[in-house]
Structures are given as structure tokens and as C-alpha cells.
Design a protein around this ligand. Structure first.
Ligand SMILES: Nc1nc2c(c(=O)[nH]1)N[C@H]1C(S)=C(S)[C@@H](COP(=O)(O)O)O[C@H]1N2
Ligand SMILES: [Mo]
Length: 429
């Protein structure tokens, strides 16, 4: 006399729901997760590292956006619909001259370094993702929704950031709003999570022994590595990413250690112009016929009218030097280069602003592309180190670095240092 098959099924189902230690097959059963590494201490260590690291990422990210001076002109603003999220914007300073270089170097290098920590943290709490019942109360339901925003938002921010750095604008024109709005959603969930969990995390670390916890597997597998070993493994992964990325913040042989960082486009070669190039003249569609001696004129406009200057005339004006870096939003930067050219404030004077230099709108010869024009704020024009450079490191600018003339401004993101300048319009924007 066999049992009715339906009763057999029912029994199996009941066994499953009771978390029968023998063979749970569904991830909703705690016994399904068998790694003996999981536990509150492991999760807490990783969580506290992320608490510090992600806070720095958020702050440097917001500062990076402010550095574009998006509130100055729509051409600088990649996120025009930000509304109240732009309330914190301020006039980006020109001191210290390495400000953006440091900010963006920290943002990108730290972001890449934290990837193994983020992945390990998510792995450590994955059983909770499947925990049943889905919600025990309204508060619990809200908490779980905030966790979805936290996990989804975190992955989204890291993925979009890495793609932008590695693949050079895979989302044409839309990386900035995606990363910016994503950051706010993610950070809101992150703050809620940190407020709820930091006290627990600190308590977990002070405890000598692991408490009973839903993260501890009820039927742990044989350990293949200690918790300490696993943390070293995650830390080692971070260290490896750091070591193969950080070099892009420097020049010389160190840059070649940045194996994981794209080197900013074409090989820059050697010599005075042998430093990183973002977009080459060929890529930007700059024709040498347009930049040649007779063809090119700089058009400067202001209340005094319009002045057209050949390169020889520009080179005849008082020239000044400044040691300034190029620092790109993608996280690479160059050491200070010696630029030589005409001060922006002297050009403002030519345009009719003798004393108080105003903002300026700069346009390139380049016809297409998001970075062919940019606005600079009055404080940037007034700084005596801000130049329309004609020379770099004692040589003519190379075509790829912006010949016949390019903007260079202290502490500004690379994108404001317009190359192949054709027109400058002075006046309050
Ligand atoms: N006309 C023009 N100027 C430009 C760009 C561009 O695409 N077109 N790229 C900007 C960006 S994003 C950076 S980081 C710097 C890089 O300067 P470099 O190539 O001389 O290092 O140039 C800026 N000036
Ligand atoms: Mo850039």
C-alpha cells in the first residue's frame, strides 16, 4: 500500500518550509547558504569600510559636478533638470591649483578600489535577499524596499562610473545625469541604511564571540579559508585594483603601472608635448588647413567690439607662464606642465573690461562634440595663471594639445580647458 503521491509532495514541501537540515534546495531556506564565512562580524567590517568610502565618493562626486560651474551656463550643465539637487552649487575656486586633480583622483581611484569590498559585502548578506516572509510588517517592508534601492543604486553607480572611465562615454551625453541622479537615490538609501545599521555593526565588532544571527549558516560547510583570510583576500583584491589604477594620477613611468586605467586615448609620445591626450585633433575633426598661419584668427568679443587676432599678434602680446595640470573627470591627470600664453584677463581688457574681468564663453574650431564650448566664471578669468596658452613646456602646442591656442585654468576640470579655441565672448553670463 503506497502513500498517495499528493501526501508525499506535501511532506516534502513541509520539510522544505521547516528548513529540514538535509537538503534545502531553495535559496529562501537558510540552510541553502552554507558558507561558514557569513556572519555579522564579516558583514560589519565590510559595511564600516563602505560607510567611510562611499561617503567620500558621494562628496567628491558632488564637488566634481560643482567644478563644472553648471549654474554658470547651460553649456556647462549636463544635468539641466536637477532642480533642488543643485542647491549646493557654488563658485568653483582656482586655489589650490591641484584641487580638481585631487578631487577626481580620489573619486575614481577610491571608487575602483572599493569594488571588491562592495561585492564581498553584497555576497555576505545575499541570504537576506531571499528571506521569507517578504515582509513581516510595514516597517520591515519599507526597510526591504530601501535595501533594493541601496543594492540596485550601489551597483548602478559603480557600473556607470567604471563604464564611463573605461569605455569613454558609452552613454553619449547621458552618463552625467544617470550617475548624478543615481548618486542621490543611492545615497538617500545609504544614509537610511547607515543610520539603522552602524550601531549594530559597531556592536558586532566589539563582541568577542559571534552571536546567533540570521547570517550565520545553520549547517555550515567545511571552511576552506578563515574569516580573516577572506578579509585579506578582499583587501588584496582592492589593493591590486588600487595599484593598477593609481598611476594614472601621475606622470612618467608611474603612469605605465596604471594597467587597468585607459591611458586617455592616443599614445602621447615623448618630448615637451608628450603628456596625456584626451581627444586628438583628428578625432575632433580639426583640419590643419583651418589652423594654419593665414587661416586662423582668434575672435574676441565684448563691449569694446570685436577684435580678430592672428597667432603672431597673440604671441606679440605680453606672455606669461603658469605650471598647471590637466585633470580629467575620468580620473587621469598630468603633473603640472609649463604653459605659456596670454592671460585671460588681458584678453578681457582687450574686449573692454579693463578692471573687473567678467565671465567668458569659449568656443572651439571643433564643429561637433559635447566639449567644443565651455563657460568660465569671472574668478577663473581673473586668476593671473589662467591663460590662453600658445606654448607648453617651451614648445609650440602640438595639434593634439590644442594648437593654435587652448585654455588652461587652475583647479578646473579638463573639460573646461577648451582646445583649438576660435572665439571668446566676454560678458556676464
Ligand atoms: N575642443 C575641445 N576641447 C577639449 C576637449 C574636446 O573634446 N574638444 N576635451 C576636453 C577634455 S574632456 C579634457 S580632459 C582636456 C584634455 O586635454 P589634453 O588632451 O590636452 O590632455 O581637453 C578638453 N578640451
Ligand atoms: Mo576630460
Amino acid at each position: 500500500m503506497g502513500r498517495a503521491p499528493s501526501r508525499g509532495l506535501l511532506a516534502a514541501y513541509r520539510r522544505l518550509m521547516r528548513d529540514e537540515p538535509r537538503a534545502p534546495r531553495l535559496p529562501t531556506s537558510p540552510g541553502f547558504w552554507r558558507s561558514p564565512l557569513r556572519g555579522p562580524r564579516f558583514t560589519s567590517v565590510l559595511g564600516l569600510v563602505l560607510l567611510a568610502g562611499i561617503t567620500v565618493l558621494f562628496v567628491t562626486g558632488l564637488l566634481s559636478y560643482a567644478a563644472y560651474n553648471p549654474d554658470l551656463s547651460p553649456v556647462n550643465d549636463k544635468t539641466p533638470d536637477k532642480g533642488i539637487l543643485g542647491l549646493y552649487l557654488f563658485a568653483w575656486p582656482t586655489n589650490p591649483h591641484w584641487l580638481y586633480r585631487l578631487n577626481q583622483g580620489v573619486h575614481v581611484t577610491l571608487g575602483i578600489t572599493l569594488i571588491p569590498v562592495l561585492l564581498a559585502k553584497l555576497w555576505s548578506v545575499v541570504p537576506r535577499l531571499f528571506a521569507l516572509p517578504p515582509a513581516r510588517s510595514l516597517a520591515h517592508a519599507l526597510e526591504r524596499i530601501s535595501l533594493l534601492l541601496l543594492v540596485g543604486g550601489g551597483l548602478f553607480e559603480f557600473v556607470t562610473g567604471v563604464l564611463n572611465v573605461q569605455l569613454d562615454y558609452v552613454f553619449p551625453g547621458s552618463f552625467y545625469p544617470l550617475h548624478f541622479y543615481g548618486a542621490w537615490v543611492f545615497f538617500a538609501a545609504f544614509v537610511a541604511h547607515a543610520l539603522l545599521k552602524t550601531p549594530t555593526a559597531l556592536r558586532n565588532l566589539r563582541r568577542l564571540r559571534e552571536e546567533r544571527d540570521d547570517l550565520v549558516s545553520p549547517r555550515p560547510a567545511e571552511p576552506t579559508v578563515s574569516r580573516r583570510g577572506a578579509l585579506w583576500f578582499v583587501g588584496g583584491g582592492s589593493l591590486l585594483l588600487f595599484a593598477t589604477t593609481v598611476g594614472q594620477n601621475f606622470g612618467g613611468p608611474l603612469r605605465r603601472t596604471a594597467l587597468l586605467a585607459p591611458h586617455g586615448g592616443a599614445e602621447p609620445g615623448s618630448g615637451p608635448n608628450g603628456f596625456q591626450i584626451n581627444k586628438t585633433a583628428a578625432y575632433a575633426g580639426i583640419d590643419t588647413a583651418e589652423t594654419a598661419g593665414d587661416a586662423w584668427r582668434l575672435v574676441v568679443t565684448g563691449p569694446a567690439g570685436t577684435v580678430r587676432l592672428s597667432r603672431a599678434e597673440l604671441a606679440g602680446l605680453p606672455l606669461h607662464s603658469a605650471a598647471l595640470p590637466i585633470a580629467c573627470v575620468e580620473g587621469w591627470s598630468t603633473p603640472d606642465q609649463w604653459w605659456r600664453g596670454v592671460r585671460l584677463r588681458d584678453l578681457a581688457a582687450l574686449a573692454g573690461y579693463e578692471d573687473d574681468p567678467p565671465d567668458v564663453f569659449v568656443e572651439s574650431l571643433q564643429r561637433r562634440g559635447a566639449f567644443r564650448k565651455a563657460a568660465l566664471r569671472a574668478n577663473q578669468v581673473a586668476d593671473p595663471r589662467s591663460l590662453l596658452a600658445l606654448y607648453v613646456n617651451g614648445e609650440e602646442l602640438s595639434p593634439d594639445h590644442g594648437y593654435p591656442a587652448r585654455i588652461i585654468v587652475p583647479a578646473a576640470p579638463g573639460v573646461l580647458n577648451t582646445k583649438w579655441v576660435a572665439r571668446m565672448t566676454f560678458g556676464d553670463l
